[in-house]
Design a protein around this ligand. Structure first.
Ligand code: NAD
Length: 536
């Protein structure tokens, strides 16, 4: 790795001078152009410089992955698992460094950044032994002297595109199981988090992933990302795995569909959090503040709509508002904060524009004051607000579920409050958006819990906990506008990166045809029970 000094930001660390990684070689983009990744908490800190890849670079990466596939798929799965174990060890060894660069590049708090490295470590730990458990089945045949088997086979060259808000955990959810299953990969990390992507690539290389098996191309969505999607039409890719916005995911789904590929699509959310009249309100407020404003609302699983039973609505609002006023915001590298900056300028722009939507809907702005500046900052702000991209927490009241503000993902520190009369109405409102990713309810009533679990249309649900959070061995994903029902993590993701192969072995020495030569039990004359039991 070549590092250069960063004169402007000595306190923040060096600038990472990264490359594409194609066929085991670090290379520049074919046009020699580069882009910068800056620190959203402190814009004078240049985190890294990376190649601005073209379609030609992407195609070269696909050729390398295609050439590496045969050898990698024939590498025994337990040996592939051994490399996954090495990845886990190297992530553990470099946990602090990786967490620091996550905080620096996308503004997560150090605690969250450590958690997201841990998520990648957990993923490696889970899958390292799956290499010894990539089971098929033996299946009984309907004919004699014949055996049936199933095998999991890798799918092939896999295109991976990821968002910047989970720059290590989400790529690990895709790359680690895809590798374990014997696929080769072309990955375009988010240009919001290219340094984290580059460093993860170094870990994969050091762990012993052979050349060509994982290829990394940096660049923008519009150019490198779009080029990777085009590779589906060009026939290079047999699988696609995408995490990002619903609009881009829909496009990838369309391209994959016409080529008969089944993509894994993990998209946006507008996640409901219900508070019923019997809930522990302090617990609910605590969970609601984190769900709504943790990571400045830039999690796919952030709460979007809070649905309040009318009997506790006023009390909840008062307690919630009091807690939101106390939220500590600022540069996470300078002090303890609940949330740091918007991770990129475009997210600050959509956040600023969302005010127009709320006003046009006729919702009431209960709290929030736009962008945080020197003159307009919350008490206790940490750092210089004008060196970064900071946003006030926003609460909209008197919201109805059919308003745009309740329907659209804002991807910022924004929450809406809606009131309902009973659990039936709460469920209707909770299911009243196009999304279906995460959800939560606060209640101690087992009937409410049951109804919620049974009727919620989301892929993930919490009872008395935040809408956010994932564990490496539990399925993660959504439906509707949140995804196409594929799942990341745990044993379930293995179905995304393998196809079933059915094999029959006939030892009979003759041509036996299923159904036709099957020796079904012949039809017999049936016992007439009425004659046996008839009275004399
Ligand atoms: P985005 O779709 O703009 O970008 C995501 C990735 O796709 C980036 O690498 C980007 O460069 C690339 N990309 C952008 N345009 C592309 C195109 N036309 N063709 C190919 N690639 C393209 O998403 P974003 O705005 O950066 O990220 C936030 C979104 O991601 C939110 O909607 C959030 O909910 C979602 N997200 C979902 C999950 C999940 O697991 N469901 C996790 C994290 C983020």
């Amino acid at each position: 790795m070549k590092l250069t000094d960063n004169d402007q930001a000595k306190d923040y660390g060096k600038t990472v001078y990264g490359y594409n990684y194609i066929d085991g070689q670090e290379v520049e983009a074919s046009n020699n152009k580069r882009f910068n990744s800056t620190n959203p908490s402190y814009n004078k800190d240049l985190v890294g410089s990376f190649p601005l890849s073209t379609e030609e670079d992407v195609e070269n990466a696909c050729i390398a992955a295609k050439n590496a596939f045969k050898e990698w798929k024939n590498t025994p799965a337990p040996i592939r698992g051994g490399i996954i174990a090495n990845i886990g060890d190297l992530l553990t060894k470099n946990k602090d460094v990786l967490a620091k660069i996550i905080t620096r590049e996308i503004g997560k708090t150090p605690k969250e950044a450590m958690g997201s490295v841990q998520e990648a470590i957990d993923t490696a730990h889970f899958f390292q032994s799956e290499g010894r458990r990539l089971y098929g089945q033996t299946v009984p045949s309907e004919m004699r002297n014949k055996e049936l088997y199933t095998y999991r086979r890798p799918i092939g060259v896999t295109g991976v595109i990821t968002a910047g808000n989970f720059p290590l955990a989400v790529p690990s959810w895709k790359i680690i199981p895809a590798l374990l299953c014997g696929n080769t990969i072309v990955w375009k990390p988010s240009d919001d988090a290219a340094a984290v992507g580059y460093l993860f690539g170094k870990i994969l290389e050091d762990a012993g992933v052979p050349k060509g098996v994982v290829n990394i191309i940096h660049g923008t969505g519009a150019e490198a990302g779009d080029a990777l999607v085009k590779m589906v039409d060009k026939g290079y890719l047999q699988k696609f795995s995408f995490t990002g916005s619903t609009a881009v995911g829909r496009h990838i789904g369309e391209v994959c569909g016409r080529n008969l590929l089944v993509p894994s699509l993990e998209l946006g959310g507008k996640n409901p959090l219900i508070v019923m009249e019997d809930a522990d309100l302090d617990l609910a407020v605590h969970g609601a503040v984190w769900s709504s404003f943790g990571t400045a609302g830039q999690r796919c699983t952030s709460a979007g709509n809070i649905i309040l039973h009318k009997d506790i609505a006023q009390t909840f609002k008062a307690k919630f508002l009091e807690a939101v006023k106390k939220i500590k915001i600022g540069n996470p590298l300078l002090g303890e904060v609940l949330y740091g900056p918007m991770l990129a300028e475009r997210f600050l722009n959509t956040f600023m524009k969302h005010y127009e939507i709320g006003k046009a809907d006729g919702a009431t702005l209960l709290y929030g004051n736009g962008q945080i500046t020197k003159e307009n900052k919350p008490e206790g702000f940490v750092g210089d607000p004008e060196s970064g991209l900071y946003a006030w927490p926003v609460i909209w009241d008197n919201v109805k579920i059919d308003m745009r503000i309740a329907q659209e993902e804002i991807f910022g520190p924004v929450i809406t409050l809606l009131e309902v009369n009973n659990i039936e109405e709460a469920m209707e409102v909770a299911n009243g958006t196009p999304y279906g990713l995460s959800s939560a309810i606060y209640t101690n009533n087992p009937d409410y819990m049951y109804k919620f679990k049974n009727e919620i249309g989301a892929g993930m649900s919490s009872i008395n906990n935040s809408t956010t959070g994932a564990e490496a061995h539990l399925p993660f994903g959504g439906n509707g506008a949140s995804g196409n029902n594929t799942r990341e993590s745990g044993i379930w993701v293995i179905d995304s990166y393998t196809r079933w192969h059915a094999v029959n072995v006939d030892l009979s020495g003759k041509l036996q045809l299923a159904q036709m030569d099957t020796q079904y039990v012949e039809e017999k004359t049936l016992t007439d029970f009425s004659t046996l039991l008839a009275s004399k």
